[in-house]
Design a protein around this ligand. Structure first.
Ligand SMILES: Cc1cc2nc3c(=O)[nH]c(=O)nc-3n(C[C@H](O)[C@H](O)[C@H](O)COP(=O)(O)OP(=O)(O)OC[C@H]3O[C@@H](n4cnc5c(N)ncnc54)[C@H](O)[C@@H]3O)c2cc1C
Length: 623
């Protein structure tokens, strides 16, 4: 254990112990750095201030990728779930998604335990108000008490706290989250040092006392009987599960909201920041989708040992007294008691266009940004960036090559590329539609894509790596077996197939049969004694099924990757002077100047850059 703490000397300072900050601190410490992790309130480590759940579409893939690279979010979600559910299980593999309802308090405690049992992490409750730099290179940070810390890299993961302002109706308060002070000072320091900040907004619904809910008027939403987990580590705890419930808004709810829009800080222009398009407030939904007579509202427990229940889909910034009326208009919530009101928060973020793919600032060496401060929204997006920032802070300190994940490798790579390339103006949330390779980037094959890299980086130990290799070998063995095993076109076989509306006229290899939409692995157990006896785990059969059924689509996406990689080979020099390039449009020139892409592939993804201008650049870079 390093004694650098005695004179406030650290390798890395992580500002904020949220989802990004925890992954950043852990990866940097596990890779050998001495880390100071500061946060405004250490009882709120890895807090879920909105939905008490990890995962869902696209986000579950991020969690598996984090795990495959050696991060901890998956492990913590697995250890603290109160409901596990695979969403879209009847749909294609690209959109299947695991979702873990968390025990919010336990999640926080479990993460704190991991941090505290990691050598080289020093926790500190304080507000970092400024940084220290010399000639554009980070040298330290200072807290609210004037205590100076020296370091070689700083990772800012400040969430919604920077200059945060909470809104409940037309009242507003300084705050980063309900019950937590805002972080004042740091945004100013960034601006004084040439880093632009802008405002975004987000909101959360009220929490209600479960003893005042009539669940008999709602539809029960149970967890899965057959459990899936996030982490590839073997420890898979089977825990007590509790149900969620579904209710709906109605005409009364909508009328109350419409009648009170004049009390909304959003509609009165008090909030300037743009809110998350994919998580709109209920008043936004009523106004934007006026013809929709009803919206789904999910009732989700916040833990096993609390009465607090989260009202998903009902985020609002209307006044607290209006919130009571709104909530009591919902079936089953007629007598509801609100424990905590819904609120909106407006905060400073640092547009990530000022950041490199490594998540290091383009202007200040050793300064990294991760999570909500980069304009994202969501725990999983934050954790993914935190992990990469932590790894790269260590690479920076060791003068090693930065880790930059290509889009074709992962949702993490896609997320970071979008952030640093597209001039994002609203909270960015990961969606499957954001990836052009979503069939290749599935939650089920995150280990195949990233474990080797995690091992090479040093965050995946030999034991896990060997387990991964054995799994891959078993998948290959099984693929070969299916290609070599034929089922005969006998009456016995066809009578089994008839149950699934299938028939074969000739003997057929199992791999060929599996391509049929009605056929799955379970049916093979009826058809083939060897399949029955092998009793392979679902991790393996699921993967084999995807690889065989979607073979054609996967090959097409692999070709797409090859085409994109060709454009990546056209490197753009750092010192390129776009003003001297003739025959490109002014808009393209301005966008290129702003983003300063590293290669032609990145240039082609910038909104507003025209394909014809890419051709001009291609000719120029070739010559
Ligand atoms: C009201 C609200 C509503 C939300 N709604 C949604 C939603 O609808 N959908 C969604 O996906 N996500 C939502 N979120 C966002 C979600 O909470 C974040 O995306 C996620 O937690 C971001 O993780 P992070 O690590 O970047 O920051 P956070 O988890 O917010 O952690 C930041 C940490 O930094 C600390 N900190 C900040 N500044 C300093 C400083 N100067 N010195 C020391 N410590 C500091 C804070 O104390 C905090 O612990 C919401 C958040 C809030 C508060």
């Amino acid at each position: 254990m390093s004694a650098g703490y005695l004179n406030n000397k650290f390798d890395v300072i992580v500002v904020g112990a949220g989802h990004a900050g925890c992954e950043a601190a852990l990866s940097a410490a596990r890779l050998g750095c001495n880390v100071l992790l500061c946060s405004l309130n250490l009882d709120n480590i890895a807090l879920q201030p909105c939905n008490p759940a990890i995962g869902g579409p696209a986000k579950s893939t991020l969690v598996r990728e984090i795990d495959a690279l050696g991060g901890v979010m998956g492990e913590v979600a697995d250890a603290t779930y109160i409901q596990m559910k695979t969403l879209n299980s009847s749909k294609g593999p690209a959109v299947r998604a695991l979702r873990a309802q968390s025990d919010k308090k336990e999640y926080t405690q479990y993460m704190r335990h991991i941090l505290e049992s990691t050598p080289n992490i020093w926790l500190k409750q304080c507000c970092i108000t400024g940084l220290r730099e010399k000639d554009g290179v980070i040298t330290g940070a200072v807290d609210e008490y004037g205590i100076e810390y020296s370091c070689r890299a700083v990772i800012l993961t400040t969430g919604t706290s920077l200059e945060g302002k909470l809104f409940i109706g037309l009242q507003s308060y300084p705050g980063g989250r309900l019950g937590e002070m805002p972080a004042i000072g740091l945004s100013g320091w960034l601006r004084e040092h040439g880093i632009q900040t802008k405002k975004l907004k987000t909101g959360t619904p009220a929490r209600v006392d479960k003893r005042t809910i009539d669940y008999s008027k709602m539809t029960v939403q149970p967890g899965d009987d057959k459990l899936s987990f996030y982490s590839y580590k073997p420890n898979r705890p089977v825990r007590k599960q509790v149900p969620c419930y579904l209710t709906r808004t109605n005409e009364d709810t909508h009328n109350i909201i419409r009648a009170n829009l004049d009390k909304s800080p959003m509609y009165q222009g008090l909030i300037q920041g743009v809110g998350p398009r994919y998580c709109p407030s209920i008043e936004d939904k009523i106004v934007r989708f006026a013809s929709n007579p009803s919206h789904h509202i999910f009732i989700e427990p916040e833990g096993l040992n609390t009465y607090e229940v989260y009202i998903q889909g009902f985020s609002t910034s209307l006044p607290a007294c209006v919130q009571v009326e709104m909530i009591r208009s919902l079936p089953g919530l007629e007598n509801a008691h609100i424990i905590k009101p819904a609120y909106a928060v407006e905060y400073d973020y640092v547009p990530a266009i000022q950041t490199q793919h490594s998540l290091m600032s383009k202007d200040i060496k050793g300064l990294f940004f991760a999570g909500q401060i980069n304009g994202t929204s969501g725990y999983e997006e934050a954790a993914a960036q935190g992990l990469i920032a932590g790894i790269n802070a260590v690479n920076y300190i060791n003068s090693s090559d930065m880790l930059e994940l290509p889009r074709s490798s992962s949702y993490i790579g896609t997320l970071i590329d979008d952030l640093v390339t597209k001039d994002i103006q609203e909270p960015y949330r990961m969606l499957t539609s954001r990836s052009e390779y979503r069939l290749l980037l599935r939650q089920d094959n995150a280990d195949e894509r990233l474990t080797e890299l995690g091992h090479k980086i040093g965050l995946i130990d030999d034991e896990q790596f060997n387990r991964f290799k054995t799994k891959q070998e078993n998948i290959q063995k099984e693929m070969t077996r299916l290609k070599e095993t034929k089922v005969p076109a006998t009456d016995e076989v066809n009578s089994i197939l008839a149950k699934y509306e299938e028939h074969i006229d000739r003997g057929m290899r199992l791999s060929e049969l599996l391509k049929r939409p009605n056929i799955n692995y379970e049916i093979f157990k009826e058809l083939d004694e060897k399949t029955r006896n092998l009793d392979l785990s679902e991790d393996i059969t699921g993967e084999v099924e995807v690889l065989i059924k979607y073979d054609g689509y996967l090959k097409r996406q692999e070709q797409q990757v090859e085409t994109a990689e060709k454009l990546e080979k056209y490197k753009i020099p750092d010192n390129i002077d776009y003003s001297k390039i003739k025959h490109i449009s002014t808009e393209t020139r301005e966008k290129l100047e702003k983003v300063r892409p590293q290669n032609l592939a990145q240039a082609s993804r910038i909104g507003g850059v025209k394909p014809a201008d890419i051709s001009v650049l291609m000719v120029m870079l070739k010559g």
